[in-house]
Write a protein that binds this ligand. Structure first.
Ligand SMILES: C[S@@+](CC[C@H](N)C(=O)[O-])C[C@H]1O[C@@H](n2cnc3c(N)ncnc32)[C@H](O)[C@@H]1O
Length: 431
Protein backbone atom coordinates (compact mmCIF):
# COMPACT_ATOMS: atom_id res chain seq x y z
CA UNK A 1 0.00 0.00 0.00
CA UNK A 2 1.28 3.44 -0.91
CA UNK A 3 1.78 5.26 2.39
CA UNK A 4 1.61 8.78 1.16
CA UNK A 5 0.22 10.57 -1.83
CA UNK A 6 1.97 13.70 -3.01
CA UNK A 7 1.68 16.60 -0.66
CA UNK A 8 0.88 20.09 -1.98
CA UNK A 9 -0.37 18.61 -5.21
CA UNK A 10 -1.99 21.30 -7.26
CA UNK A 11 -3.44 19.37 -10.15
CA UNK A 12 -6.33 17.35 -8.90
CA UNK A 13 -7.20 14.24 -10.81
CA UNK A 14 -9.33 12.46 -8.26
CA UNK A 15 -12.01 15.03 -7.54
CA UNK A 16 -12.20 17.72 -10.20
CA UNK A 17 -15.85 18.60 -9.56
CA UNK A 18 -15.18 19.19 -5.90
CA UNK A 19 -12.19 21.37 -6.57
CA UNK A 20 -14.05 23.65 -8.97
CA UNK A 21 -16.90 24.35 -6.60
CA UNK A 22 -14.89 24.55 -3.38
CA UNK A 23 -14.76 28.30 -3.27
CA UNK A 24 -17.65 28.64 -0.90
CA UNK A 25 -17.97 29.91 2.63
CA UNK A 26 -20.87 30.08 5.03
CA UNK A 27 -22.19 33.14 3.18
CA UNK A 28 -23.29 30.74 0.41
CA UNK A 29 -25.42 28.93 2.97
CA UNK A 30 -27.47 32.06 3.66
CA UNK A 31 -29.52 31.23 0.57
CA UNK A 32 -30.20 27.65 1.70
CA UNK A 33 -33.15 26.40 3.76
CA UNK A 34 -32.35 25.67 7.42
CA UNK A 35 -28.65 26.55 7.01
CA UNK A 36 -29.71 30.20 6.81
CA UNK A 37 -31.38 30.24 10.21
CA UNK A 38 -28.19 31.44 11.87
CA UNK A 39 -25.20 33.12 10.31
CA UNK A 40 -22.04 31.47 11.65
CA UNK A 41 -19.10 32.95 9.80
CA UNK A 42 -16.85 30.03 10.62
CA UNK A 43 -18.98 27.56 8.68
CA UNK A 44 -18.20 25.92 5.36
CA UNK A 45 -20.38 25.68 2.25
CA UNK A 46 -23.20 23.13 2.39
CA UNK A 47 -23.20 22.45 -1.34
CA UNK A 48 -19.54 21.51 -1.24
CA UNK A 49 -20.19 19.05 1.61
CA UNK A 50 -23.02 17.54 -0.41
CA UNK A 51 -20.75 17.09 -3.43
CA UNK A 52 -18.04 15.38 -1.41
CA UNK A 53 -20.56 12.93 0.05
CA UNK A 54 -21.88 12.17 -3.43
CA UNK A 55 -18.39 11.64 -4.85
CA UNK A 56 -17.63 9.28 -1.99
CA UNK A 57 -20.84 7.32 -2.60
CA UNK A 58 -22.10 7.96 0.93
CA UNK A 59 -25.65 6.73 1.43
CA UNK A 60 -28.27 5.88 4.02
CA UNK A 61 -26.32 2.91 5.34
CA UNK A 62 -23.30 5.02 6.31
CA UNK A 63 -22.42 7.21 9.28
CA UNK A 64 -20.67 10.54 8.69
CA UNK A 65 -18.87 12.45 11.44
CA UNK A 66 -17.80 16.06 11.92
CA UNK A 67 -15.73 16.39 15.11
CA UNK A 68 -15.91 20.23 14.86
CA UNK A 69 -19.49 20.50 13.67
CA UNK A 70 -20.07 24.17 14.55
CA UNK A 71 -23.51 25.34 13.53
CA UNK A 72 -24.28 21.95 11.95
CA UNK A 73 -23.69 22.41 8.22
CA UNK A 74 -22.69 18.76 7.86
CA UNK A 75 -25.63 17.57 9.98
CA UNK A 76 -28.21 19.49 7.93
CA UNK A 77 -26.70 18.33 4.62
CA UNK A 78 -26.78 14.72 5.83
CA UNK A 79 -30.41 15.13 6.91
CA UNK A 80 -31.37 16.36 3.44
CA UNK A 81 -29.74 13.20 2.02
CA UNK A 82 -31.23 10.82 4.59
CA UNK A 83 -27.74 9.93 5.82
CA UNK A 84 -27.08 9.36 9.53
CA UNK A 85 -24.55 11.78 10.98
CA UNK A 86 -22.77 12.62 14.17
CA UNK A 87 -21.45 16.04 15.15
CA UNK A 88 -19.32 17.17 18.08
CA UNK A 89 -19.21 20.79 19.20
CA UNK A 90 -17.60 22.12 22.38
CA UNK A 91 -18.91 25.71 22.33
CA UNK A 92 -22.16 25.54 24.32
CA UNK A 93 -24.01 28.27 22.43
CA UNK A 94 -22.86 27.05 19.02
CA UNK A 95 -23.91 23.50 19.95
CA UNK A 96 -27.33 24.80 20.94
CA UNK A 97 -27.71 26.63 17.62
CA UNK A 98 -26.75 23.41 15.84
CA UNK A 99 -29.20 21.28 17.82
CA UNK A 100 -31.99 23.80 17.23
CA UNK A 101 -31.47 23.65 13.45
CA UNK A 102 -32.04 19.91 13.63
CA UNK A 103 -35.55 20.46 15.02
CA UNK A 104 -36.78 20.91 11.45
CA UNK A 105 -39.47 18.25 11.98
CA UNK A 106 -41.47 20.71 14.13
CA UNK A 107 -44.89 21.46 12.62
CA UNK A 108 -44.84 25.05 11.27
CA UNK A 109 -48.10 25.84 13.05
CA UNK A 110 -46.50 25.01 16.43
CA UNK A 111 -43.65 27.40 15.71
CA UNK A 112 -46.17 30.01 14.59
CA UNK A 113 -48.24 29.60 17.76
CA UNK A 114 -45.23 29.82 20.09
CA UNK A 115 -43.83 32.86 18.28
CA UNK A 116 -47.27 34.52 18.36
CA UNK A 117 -47.46 33.92 22.10
CA UNK A 118 -44.07 35.57 22.60
CA UNK A 119 -45.15 38.64 20.65
CA UNK A 120 -48.38 38.99 22.67
CA UNK A 121 -46.67 38.36 26.01
CA UNK A 122 -43.86 40.76 25.21
CA UNK A 123 -46.43 43.54 24.95
CA UNK A 124 -47.34 42.88 28.59
CA UNK A 125 -43.76 42.77 29.90
CA UNK A 126 -42.23 45.62 31.84
CA UNK A 127 -38.85 45.69 30.30
CA UNK A 128 -35.82 46.38 32.41
CA UNK A 129 -32.96 47.37 30.16
CA UNK A 130 -30.84 49.16 32.77
CA UNK A 131 -28.93 46.11 33.98
CA UNK A 132 -27.39 45.08 30.66
CA UNK A 133 -23.59 45.07 30.35
CA UNK A 134 -22.10 48.00 28.39
CA UNK A 135 -21.52 45.87 25.27
CA UNK A 136 -25.27 45.40 24.89
CA UNK A 137 -26.28 48.92 25.97
CA UNK A 138 -23.89 50.49 23.48
CA UNK A 139 -25.01 48.25 20.64
CA UNK A 140 -28.71 49.20 20.57
CA UNK A 141 -30.96 52.21 20.48
CA UNK A 142 -33.09 52.41 23.62
CA UNK A 143 -36.30 51.42 21.78
CA UNK A 144 -34.73 48.39 20.15
CA UNK A 145 -33.27 47.12 23.41
CA UNK A 146 -36.61 47.62 25.16
CA UNK A 147 -38.37 45.48 22.53
CA UNK A 148 -35.72 42.78 22.54
CA UNK A 149 -35.67 42.66 26.32
CA UNK A 150 -39.47 42.31 26.41
CA UNK A 151 -39.30 39.40 23.93
CA UNK A 152 -36.53 37.79 25.94
CA UNK A 153 -38.56 38.07 29.16
CA UNK A 154 -41.63 36.68 27.40
CA UNK A 155 -39.56 33.75 26.12
CA UNK A 156 -38.02 33.09 29.55
CA UNK A 157 -41.50 33.05 31.09
CA UNK A 158 -42.93 30.69 28.42
CA UNK A 159 -40.02 28.39 27.55
CA UNK A 160 -40.82 24.73 28.02
CA UNK A 161 -37.92 23.00 26.20
CA UNK A 162 -40.29 21.96 23.43
CA UNK A 163 -38.95 22.08 19.86
CA UNK A 164 -41.07 25.19 19.15
CA UNK A 165 -39.63 26.88 22.23
CA UNK A 166 -36.05 26.13 21.10
CA UNK A 167 -36.76 27.33 17.58
CA UNK A 168 -38.08 30.64 18.95
CA UNK A 169 -34.93 30.92 21.09
CA UNK A 170 -32.93 30.46 17.87
CA UNK A 171 -35.03 33.08 16.06
CA UNK A 172 -34.42 35.62 18.84
CA UNK A 173 -30.72 34.80 18.93
CA UNK A 174 -30.48 35.13 15.14
CA UNK A 175 -31.99 38.65 15.04
CA UNK A 176 -29.70 40.13 17.71
CA UNK A 177 -27.13 41.34 15.18
CA UNK A 178 -29.43 42.52 12.38
CA UNK A 179 -31.30 44.65 14.97
CA UNK A 180 -28.12 46.08 16.51
CA UNK A 181 -26.65 49.36 15.35
CA UNK A 182 -23.11 48.12 16.06
CA UNK A 183 -20.88 47.06 13.22
CA UNK A 184 -19.47 43.57 12.96
CA UNK A 185 -15.87 42.90 12.01
CA UNK A 186 -14.77 40.00 9.88
CA UNK A 187 -15.44 36.76 11.73
CA UNK A 188 -18.25 38.08 13.89
CA UNK A 189 -16.38 40.24 16.39
CA UNK A 190 -18.85 42.95 17.37
CA UNK A 191 -17.72 46.60 17.14
CA UNK A 192 -19.95 48.87 19.27
CA UNK A 193 -17.93 51.96 18.23
CA UNK A 194 -18.67 51.40 14.56
CA UNK A 195 -22.23 52.13 13.46
CA UNK A 196 -23.72 50.16 10.61
CA UNK A 197 -26.10 51.53 7.99
CA UNK A 198 -28.91 48.99 7.80
CA UNK A 199 -30.56 48.22 11.12
CA UNK A 200 -33.81 46.24 11.37
CA UNK A 201 -36.53 46.91 13.97
CA UNK A 202 -36.90 43.94 16.37
CA UNK A 203 -40.56 43.02 15.79
CA UNK A 204 -40.45 42.99 11.97
CA UNK A 205 -37.09 41.19 12.10
CA UNK A 206 -38.52 38.53 14.41
CA UNK A 207 -41.64 38.04 12.25
CA UNK A 208 -39.52 37.80 9.11
CA UNK A 209 -37.21 35.25 10.75
CA UNK A 210 -40.16 33.13 11.91
CA UNK A 211 -41.78 33.24 8.43
CA UNK A 212 -38.51 32.15 6.84
CA UNK A 213 -38.12 29.32 9.35
CA UNK A 214 -41.71 28.15 8.80
CA UNK A 215 -41.18 28.04 5.07
CA UNK A 216 -37.93 26.07 5.57
CA UNK A 217 -39.68 23.62 7.90
CA UNK A 218 -42.16 22.89 5.10
CA UNK A 219 -39.34 22.57 2.57
CA UNK A 220 -37.40 20.15 4.73
CA UNK A 221 -40.45 18.11 5.75
CA UNK A 222 -41.35 17.63 2.09
CA UNK A 223 -37.93 16.02 1.57
CA UNK A 224 -37.05 14.05 4.66
CA UNK A 225 -38.89 12.07 7.29
CA UNK A 226 -36.93 12.76 10.45
CA UNK A 227 -33.54 13.98 11.53
CA UNK A 228 -30.88 11.29 11.58
CA UNK A 229 -28.32 13.60 13.13
CA UNK A 230 -26.91 13.23 16.60
CA UNK A 231 -25.02 16.07 18.26
CA UNK A 232 -22.62 15.66 21.13
CA UNK A 233 -22.18 18.97 22.97
CA UNK A 234 -18.69 18.00 24.07
CA UNK A 235 -15.01 17.71 23.27
CA UNK A 236 -13.64 16.15 20.08
CA UNK A 237 -10.50 15.18 22.02
CA UNK A 238 -12.55 12.56 23.89
CA UNK A 239 -15.20 11.69 21.30
CA UNK A 240 -14.53 7.96 20.92
CA UNK A 241 -16.32 6.79 24.06
CA UNK A 242 -19.44 8.76 23.13
CA UNK A 243 -19.62 7.57 19.52
CA UNK A 244 -22.44 5.03 19.09
CA UNK A 245 -21.02 3.05 16.17
CA UNK A 246 -18.21 2.97 13.63
CA UNK A 247 -17.87 5.88 11.25
CA UNK A 248 -17.53 5.63 7.45
CA UNK A 249 -16.48 9.17 6.60
CA UNK A 250 -15.38 12.44 8.19
CA UNK A 251 -15.72 15.95 6.78
CA UNK A 252 -14.50 18.71 9.02
CA UNK A 253 -13.04 22.15 9.34
CA UNK A 254 -11.11 22.53 12.59
CA UNK A 255 -10.13 25.86 14.12
CA UNK A 256 -6.90 27.07 12.49
CA UNK A 257 -3.81 27.93 14.54
CA UNK A 258 -4.29 31.57 13.60
CA UNK A 259 -5.24 33.19 16.90
CA UNK A 260 -8.93 33.45 16.04
CA UNK A 261 -10.76 33.14 19.34
CA UNK A 262 -13.83 30.96 18.75
CA UNK A 263 -14.86 31.48 22.35
CA UNK A 264 -15.26 35.18 21.69
CA UNK A 265 -17.19 34.83 18.43
CA UNK A 266 -20.66 34.73 19.96
CA UNK A 267 -19.90 36.76 23.11
CA UNK A 268 -22.51 39.28 21.99
CA UNK A 269 -25.31 36.71 21.96
CA UNK A 270 -24.13 35.11 25.23
CA UNK A 271 -24.05 38.51 26.91
CA UNK A 272 -27.59 39.34 25.78
CA UNK A 273 -28.90 36.07 27.22
CA UNK A 274 -26.98 36.60 30.48
CA UNK A 275 -24.71 33.56 29.97
CA UNK A 276 -21.68 35.82 30.49
CA UNK A 277 -21.24 39.37 31.72
CA UNK A 278 -18.19 40.28 29.74
CA UNK A 279 -14.96 39.24 28.12
CA UNK A 280 -13.49 38.08 31.45
CA UNK A 281 -16.13 35.36 31.80
CA UNK A 282 -15.53 33.85 28.39
CA UNK A 283 -12.61 31.65 29.35
CA UNK A 284 -14.45 29.69 32.03
CA UNK A 285 -17.76 29.64 30.15
CA UNK A 286 -16.38 28.58 26.77
CA UNK A 287 -12.69 28.84 25.90
CA UNK A 288 -11.35 26.25 28.31
CA UNK A 289 -13.50 23.59 26.59
CA UNK A 290 -12.10 24.28 23.10
CA UNK A 291 -8.91 23.12 21.45
CA UNK A 292 -6.15 25.70 21.84
CA UNK A 293 -6.06 27.97 18.80
CA UNK A 294 -5.59 31.42 20.32
CA UNK A 295 -2.81 32.96 22.40
CA UNK A 296 -5.37 34.12 25.01
CA UNK A 297 -6.12 30.47 25.58
CA UNK A 298 -2.54 29.27 26.03
CA UNK A 299 -1.54 32.26 28.19
CA UNK A 300 -4.61 31.99 30.41
CA UNK A 301 -3.93 28.32 31.04
CA UNK A 302 -0.26 29.13 31.72
CA UNK A 303 0.82 26.31 29.43
CA UNK A 304 4.52 25.41 29.58
CA UNK A 305 6.36 24.76 26.35
CA UNK A 306 8.49 21.98 27.83
CA UNK A 307 5.39 20.07 28.99
CA UNK A 308 3.70 20.44 25.63
CA UNK A 309 6.73 19.24 23.71
CA UNK A 310 7.03 16.23 25.98
CA UNK A 311 3.49 15.13 25.16
CA UNK A 312 3.38 11.79 23.30
CA UNK A 313 0.76 13.31 21.01
CA UNK A 314 3.35 15.53 19.27
CA UNK A 315 6.17 12.95 19.06
CA UNK A 316 5.63 12.32 15.30
CA UNK A 317 6.38 15.98 14.46
CA UNK A 318 8.61 16.72 17.44
CA UNK A 319 11.74 17.87 15.62
CA UNK A 320 10.13 20.38 13.27
CA UNK A 321 7.60 21.59 15.83
CA UNK A 322 10.34 22.22 18.39
CA UNK A 323 12.32 24.27 15.88
CA UNK A 324 9.30 26.43 15.03
CA UNK A 325 8.00 27.02 18.56
CA UNK A 326 11.46 27.76 19.93
CA UNK A 327 11.83 30.36 17.20
CA UNK A 328 8.45 31.79 18.24
CA UNK A 329 9.57 31.95 21.86
CA UNK A 330 12.65 33.87 20.70
CA UNK A 331 10.86 36.28 18.32
CA UNK A 332 8.26 37.09 20.96
CA UNK A 333 10.90 38.93 23.02
CA UNK A 334 11.05 41.62 20.30
CA UNK A 335 7.29 42.20 20.29
CA UNK A 336 5.50 44.51 22.72
CA UNK A 337 2.45 42.27 23.03
CA UNK A 338 4.54 39.25 24.07
CA UNK A 339 1.85 36.93 22.82
CA UNK A 340 2.01 33.28 23.75
CA UNK A 341 2.10 31.99 20.18
CA UNK A 342 4.83 29.47 21.03
CA UNK A 343 2.60 27.60 23.48
CA UNK A 344 -0.48 28.18 21.31
CA UNK A 345 1.08 26.37 18.33
CA UNK A 346 2.45 23.50 20.42
CA UNK A 347 -0.87 23.03 22.25
CA UNK A 348 -2.78 23.24 18.96
CA UNK A 349 -0.71 20.37 17.52
CA UNK A 350 -1.17 18.32 20.69
CA UNK A 351 -4.95 18.85 20.58
CA UNK A 352 -5.32 18.06 16.88
CA UNK A 353 -3.24 14.93 17.39
CA UNK A 354 -5.55 13.82 20.22
CA UNK A 355 -8.57 14.32 17.94
CA UNK A 356 -6.92 12.28 15.17
CA UNK A 357 -6.22 9.46 17.62
CA UNK A 358 -9.88 9.48 18.64
CA UNK A 359 -10.92 9.44 14.99
CA UNK A 360 -8.74 6.42 14.32
CA UNK A 361 -10.56 4.61 17.11
CA UNK A 362 -14.02 5.28 15.64
CA UNK A 363 -13.37 5.21 11.87
CA UNK A 364 -13.78 1.94 10.00
CA UNK A 365 -10.70 0.61 8.20
CA UNK A 366 -10.57 2.23 4.75
CA UNK A 367 -12.68 5.21 5.75
CA UNK A 368 -12.25 8.62 4.17
CA UNK A 369 -11.68 12.02 5.71
CA UNK A 370 -11.55 15.54 4.32
CA UNK A 371 -10.17 18.35 6.48
CA UNK A 372 -10.41 21.98 5.40
CA UNK A 373 -7.14 23.38 6.70
CA UNK A 374 -4.88 26.41 6.53
CA UNK A 375 -1.36 27.16 7.68
CA UNK A 376 -0.41 30.19 9.78
CA UNK A 377 2.49 32.50 10.56
CA UNK A 378 2.17 34.18 13.96
CA UNK A 379 4.83 36.89 14.36
CA UNK A 380 5.79 35.99 10.78
CA UNK A 381 7.08 32.52 11.72
CA UNK A 382 5.65 29.98 9.30
CA UNK A 383 3.85 26.95 10.79
CA UNK A 384 3.14 24.25 8.13
CA UNK A 385 -0.04 23.17 9.88
CA UNK A 386 -1.49 21.16 6.97
CA UNK A 387 1.69 19.11 6.73
CA UNK A 388 1.75 18.51 10.47
CA UNK A 389 -1.90 17.44 10.55
CA UNK A 390 -1.17 15.01 7.71
CA UNK A 391 1.83 13.55 9.53
CA UNK A 392 -0.13 13.24 12.77
CA UNK A 393 -2.90 11.46 10.86
CA UNK A 394 -0.46 8.87 9.53
CA UNK A 395 1.02 8.44 12.99
CA UNK A 396 -2.49 7.89 14.36
CA UNK A 397 -2.92 4.99 11.91
CA UNK A 398 -4.46 6.46 8.76
CA UNK A 399 -2.73 5.31 5.61
CA UNK A 400 -2.60 7.98 2.94
CA UNK A 401 -3.02 11.70 2.48
CA UNK A 402 -3.02 14.30 -0.24
CA UNK A 403 -3.12 18.07 0.19
CA UNK A 404 -5.08 19.97 -2.41
CA UNK A 405 -4.36 23.68 -2.32
CA UNK A 406 -7.39 25.85 -3.00
CA UNK A 407 -6.30 29.39 -2.40
CA UNK A 408 -3.52 31.68 -1.29
CA UNK A 409 -4.03 33.72 1.83
CA UNK A 410 -2.35 36.79 3.24
CA UNK A 411 -1.50 38.20 -0.17
CA UNK A 412 -4.00 41.06 -0.42
CA UNK A 413 -4.58 42.94 2.82
CA UNK A 414 -2.77 46.24 3.10
CA UNK A 415 -2.68 46.09 6.89
CA UNK A 416 -1.40 42.53 7.12
CA UNK A 417 1.04 41.98 9.96
CA UNK A 418 3.58 39.95 8.03
CA UNK A 419 4.33 39.01 4.42
CA UNK A 420 4.57 35.25 4.75
CA UNK A 421 2.39 33.74 2.00
CA UNK A 422 -0.22 31.38 3.43
CA UNK A 423 -2.49 28.83 1.85
CA UNK A 424 -5.73 27.03 2.51
CA UNK A 425 -6.87 23.75 1.10
CA UNK A 426 -8.30 20.30 1.52
CA UNK A 427 -6.47 17.50 3.24
CA UNK A 428 -7.77 14.19 1.91
CA UNK A 429 -6.95 11.36 4.29
CA UNK A 430 -7.78 7.71 3.90
CA UNK A 431 -7.21 4.46 5.66
C1 LIG B 1 -14.34 26.15 11.68
S1 LIG B 1 -15.57 25.88 12.90
C2 LIG B 1 -16.58 24.65 12.15
C3 LIG B 1 -17.78 25.26 11.47
C4 LIG B 1 -18.70 24.23 10.84
N1 LIG B 1 -18.05 23.53 9.72
C5 LIG B 1 -19.99 24.90 10.35
O1 LIG B 1 -20.28 24.82 9.15
O2 LIG B 1 -20.66 25.56 11.14
C6 LIG B 1 -14.71 24.98 14.13
C7 LIG B 1 -15.56 24.65 15.34
O3 LIG B 1 -14.82 23.82 16.23
C8 LIG B 1 -15.31 24.06 17.54
N2 LIG B 1 -14.39 23.46 18.52
C9 LIG B 1 -13.26 23.99 19.04
N3 LIG B 1 -12.70 23.13 19.92
C10 LIG B 1 -13.48 22.03 19.94
C11 LIG B 1 -13.39 20.79 20.62
N4 LIG B 1 -12.40 20.53 21.49
N5 LIG B 1 -14.34 19.85 20.39
C12 LIG B 1 -15.35 20.11 19.52
N6 LIG B 1 -15.50 21.28 18.86
C13 LIG B 1 -14.57 22.23 19.06
C14 LIG B 1 -15.44 25.57 17.57
O4 LIG B 1 -16.28 26.01 18.61
C15 LIG B 1 -15.99 25.86 16.18
O5 LIG B 1 -17.39 25.95 16.20
Amino acid sequence: MQRQLTLFEDDVQATPAIKVSRSGTFVDNMALPVHRWFRYSAGFAAEWVDQVLTEWGIGRQHLVLDPFVGSGTLSVVCDTRGTPSLGVEAHPLVARVCKSKLLWKTPPQRLDAFAGKILVQSGKQRSQTAGYPPLIERSYDADALTSLDAMKRAWLASQDESPASELVWLALTAILRPTSKAGTAQWQYILPNKAKKRVLAPHPAFRQQIEMMKSDLRWMQARAGRSLAEIIAGDARTLADKTPREVDAVITSPPYANNYDYADALRFEMTFWGDVNGWGDIHDAVRKYLIVSSSQHSSRERLRLADLLESDAVTPIHAELTQVVERLAEVRKDHGGKKHYHTMVAAYCRDISLVLQQLRRVCKPGSRMCWVVGDSAPYGVHCPIEKWIAELALAAGFETYRFEKLRDRNTKWKNRKHRVPLQEGLLWIQG
